[in-house]
Design a protein around this ligand. Structure first.
Ligand SMILES: Nc1ncnc2c1ncn2[C@@H]1O[C@H](COP(=O)(O)OP(=O)(O)OP(=O)(O)O)[C@@H](O)[C@H]1O
Ligand SMILES: [Mg+2]
Length: 102
């Protein structure tokens, strides 16, 4: 399914982004621990916390930059429009429109 088709297929009221039990590591450093949240469509999410708490790591998991870091790994699921971000056919497609300033 394309990203456009997933948007059309999404149930009314279903979250735009659904993060389930997301964990992320840099080698042995467990940077994100069981993060679960949903983001409604047409909304703004602010992530606030002290330096080093994992804000940028969380965002990098959403745009698939985290997996590019040598030694980094993650577990859990991120659904965008109901589609698993890591399903092969949505590789980059869902993340491509995202522009990020860290
Ligand atoms: N490329 C990396 N390699 C190894 N460890 C990293 C890397 N990037 C982040 N970390 C570690 O992951 C944890 C979370 O860091 P992250 O950069 O996500 O925090 P942050 O909340 O964005 O901090 P800041 O407010 O300073 O931007 C920290 O322990 C940090 O040292
Ligand atoms: Mg940061």
């Amino acid at each position: 399914m394309t990203a456009e088709a997933a948007v059309e297929a999404r149930e009314p009221g279903a979250p735009k982004i659904d993060v389930r039990q997301l964990n992320a590591w840099f080698k042995l450093n467990h940077a994100l621990r069981n993060v679960s949240l949903t983001v409604p469509d047409n909304s703004v999410l602010a992530i606030i916390g002290p330096s080093g708490c994992g804000k940028s790591t969380f965002v990098r998991c959403l745009n698939r930059m985290h997996e590019l870091v040598p030694g980094a790994r993650q577990s859990g699921k991120v659904l965008v429009d109901g589609q698993d971000l890591h399903a092969r056919r949505v590789l980059w497609e869902a993340g491509a429109p995202a522009e990020i300033v860290f």
